[in-house]
Design a binder for this molecule. Structure first.
Ligand code: SAM
Length: 362
């Protein structure tokens, strides 16, 4: 059980991978691409965590705030949100390691405090020159369903204001790297036959995640057995990407991260208005996904040696994934499709299976 303040928390390979490999690969490439033109390059970390995190071996690795502040070329500004019980230690640790750098740790729920953080960033410049007119990358990495759509909207709408002094940025939105909590969604919205339907409190939490109730049609279709198995959860990811496109993003993708039991844990959703951002992310993902099988193997080996089993899976699972590393971190970036229940109403679940419209968990 993870203690509430995260103390002593040991991250699994796929969580370590997200920060140590994926984010660590993207940050310098992003900063390098921006530094050619921009005087302000900003990082927003909505769920900053601790200065260091601990992997499955008990070894520490850099958390996202330190990775961001160590990035070369530099982020000129950064704002980090974290819950009060962890924020002070993070603040102290960052100030002692990065004296003189322009960053701010906001203690509190980022959904409530987002405007405070954005106001701090704005106060660092002037109306004609400042972080709000330069490139911004936001990393939104909640544990589960904590990220609310209003926060995504606030960040997405923050940059690119019309400004004669900054024609490069006009209309450009911050890049977003958002953990979509596919695994926690499965637990929040029981969909298996016979399982009790989620109550209204849980549904309202999902409303806040999506900023609306459209997702309920997907849940209804699941509950009715029209869509089944793991592929059904992809409709939520598609809806989320559609919502980002509706905010004005031009490209979105989702990296699907599974565990060795073939269960989807999360989708790392990316949104950008820059073709270069899309190219860089694809290249980073291509490299990063090759690393994940080895990391999971290593975690499994370490746990076996210490008698702490990771999963009840067989070695065949690992071999299967070692042979097909793309399965571990597959990229989806074809245009997302709106969910249309009528597409499923004509076919029975077994016909859907035969037609390839749905598939059961492998
Ligand atoms: C997955 S961890 C973040 C890891 C960090 N981004 C990294 O890569 O090193 C999620 C963090 O979000 C924090 N958190 C949870 N709810 C939050 C909220 N509403 N606002 C800000 N932080 C929150 C938790 O305390 C936890 O430290």
């Amino acid at each position: 059980m993870t203690p509430p303040d995260g103390a002593g928390r040991q991250w699994h390979a796929w969580s370590v991978w997200k920060t140590r490999v994926l984010l660590n690969g993207y940050l310098p490439a992003y900063a390098k691409a921006c530094a050619k033109k921009a005087t302000h390059i900003t990082f927003i970390d909505g769920f900053a965590g601790t200065a260091d995190s601990t992997d499955w071996n008990g070894e520490s690795f850099l958390g996202s705030p330190r990775l961001a502040l160590r990035t070369n070329p530099r982020f000129t500004h950064a704002v980090f949100f974290e819950l009060p019980q962890k924020a002070e230690a993070l603040d102290q640790s960052l100030h002692s390691e990065f004296p003189g750098r322009q960053f701010h740790v906001v203690a509190g729920d980022c959904n409530q405090k987002i405007q405070e953080g954005l106001a701090w960033l704005r106060s660092q410049g002037s109306p004609t020159s400042g972080p709000q007119l330069g490139p911004v990358l936001a990393f939104l990495d909640p544990d589960a369903l904590e990220l609310e759509w209003t926060t995504v909207e606030a960040i997405a709408g923050w940059t690119g204001q019309r400004n004669p002094g900054d024609y490069h940025r006009r209309g450009k939105k911050p890049e977003l790297l958002v953990l979509f909590p596919t695994g926690p969604m499965r637990r929040t919205l029981p969909a298996d036959k016979g399982a009790k339907e989620a109550g209204e409190t849980r549904k309202q939490q999902v409303d806040r995640l999506f900023g609306g109730r459209d997702w309920r049609a997907i849940y209804q279709a699941q509950r009715a057995g029209l869509i089944q198995g793991e592929s059904a959860w992809m409709h939520y990811v598609e809806l989320y990407r559609l919502r980002l496109l509706a905010l004005g993003y031009e490209y979105t993708s989702a990296i699907e991260v599974r565990n060795t039991s073939n269960v989807v844990l999360y989708h790392m959703v990316f949104a950008t208005c820059h073709p270069a951002g899309a190219r860089i992310m694809k290249a980073v993902q291509e490299n990063a996904r090759k690393v994940l099988p080895a990391m999971v193997q290593e975690e499994k080996r370490a746990r076996r040696q210490s008698g702490r089993r990771l999963f009840e899976e067989s070695d065949a699972d690992l071999d299967r994934y070692a042979e097909a590393p793309s399965k571990w971190a597959q990229l989806f970036d074809e245009p997302p499709q709106p969910f249309d229940p009528s597409r499923f109403q004509l076919a029975s679940a077994s016909e859907q299976l035969a037609m390839g419209l749905a598939f059961d968990d492998a």
